[in-house]
Design a protein around this ligand. Structure first.
Ligand code: MRU
Length: 350
């Protein structure tokens, strides 16, 4: 059975139609982004989220700006584009897919000799990034599925599904492929405090797709690993450094430690666009800190005392030693990540 996929980002030529993920699961609302500021706000406010999806939205945001507001002078346009790309890149600091997509567009713009060409090529490149991501995620899903035993039970964290990418998702891709192939897979989804991507998005996405999914709170993970015969933990990534250290949604590091304590494999699924060979180790990753309201309030209602100190990092870093394998569209890397990840980018591999 093939799942129906809902698209998080739709290019309309003169606007971006965006699935407002803040409204899920109660409402499937699409909003129109008409300016680069709309795109910045939507990324920052998590209306679009998930590393590949924010890269796609930002790419369209830059193409949109060029189409509507770019200078008629080629050199001025190129300088403005670099400024606008830096502006979009500042919307969220941790996921490298954002700068990866924007840099890809800037490189294209740099090669062109007329403003008209720059504008059409930027639009085409943004569309290509989104199209490529579909195939990429499908392959990641196939490799992920290949690691699972028959009748697998898997724990996942945050949301790494179709709505975090252009289709299929990364870690969740394995479950969509399982479904397509008629294989039996059960998923435990952590709710993922504070923003509840697991409860609001993963539970909803997998339920829609007919995948057997059970929602747990984050603090139930150790108990579930101990009592529910979990075959693997499968998560996504926002930035993987040259040595394999992986930034992902806050709580991932704790799950990796728990996996080790229980002798359960811990896999990270991510496209090459999430691998940042220019950053040596996880210590160098900038971890986004978000507004205190995300912790002091639940569904708009205050649950903590006024004036309480809050620490709200959106991501944590899992050291590579705790990772059993990194699943990419070019295959699965394990062991010596420094060498294995670098090899993925060699021409023979690409
Ligand atoms: O803050 P979010 O919801 O953007 O965080 C998303 C994650 O951490 C995902 O695991 C990651 O981006 C991979 S999405 C395929």
């Amino acid at each position: 059975m093939t799942a129906e996929f809902i698209k998080p980002v739709i290019w309309e030529g003169d606007a971006i139609r965006l699935l407002n993920q803040q409204k899920l699961p109660g409402e499937v609302e699409y909003i129109f982004l008409k300016t680069i500021e709309d795109v910045w706000d939507s990324i920052s406010e998590l209306k679009v989220r998930g590393a590949p999806a924010i890269g796609i939205a930002a790419a369209y945001g830059l193409a949109l700006w060029a189409k509507k507001g770019g200078s008629d002078d080629l050199q001025v346009l190129k300088t403005e584009l670099a400024e606008k790309a830096a502006y979009l890149n500042s919307s969220r600091p941790t996921a490298v897919n954002l700068s990866w997509a924007l840099q890809r567009l800037l490189k294209i713009a740099d090669q062109e000799v007329s403003t008209e060409k720059v504008i059409t090529r930027l639009e085409a490149e943004a569309i290509l990034i989104q199209q490529e991501d579909e195939e990429t995620c499908r392959r990641i899903g196939e490799y992920g599925f290949s690691l699972l035993p028959e009748h697998a039970t898997v724990l996942t964290h945050c949301n790494t599904g179709a709505i975090a990418t252009s289709k299929y998702g990364t870690a969740l891709g394995a479950f969509y492929i399982a479904k397509e192939q008629g294989a039996d897979v059960s998923v435990f989804a952590t709710e993922t405090r504070p923003v509840l991507q697991g409860a609001r998005l993963t539970a909803w996405e997998l339920q829609q797709a007919g995948v057997d999914v059970t929602l747990i709170t984050d603090n139930m993970a150790a108990h579930v690993l101990r009592t529910k015969k979990i075959d693997a933990i499968l998560v996504g990534a926002d930035r993987i450094t040259a040595n394999g250290d992986t930034a992902n949604k806050i709580g991932t590091y704790g799950l990796a430690i728990l996996a080790k304590a229980h002798g359960i494999p811990f896999y990270v699924a991510a496209p090459l666009s999430t691998i940042d060979l220019n950053t040596a180790t996880g210590d160098e990753i900038v971890i986004e800190e978000r507004h205190a309201d995300e912790i002091t309030h639940l569904a708009g209602k205050r649950i903590a005392p006024e004036g309480i100190n809050v620490f709200n990092p959106a991501f944590d870093v899992t050291p590579h030693e705790l990772i059993s394998g990194i699943i990419t569209e070019k295959g699965i890397v394990s062991g010596d990540y420094q060498t294995g990840l670098a090899e993925l980018f060699e021409p023979a591999h690409i």
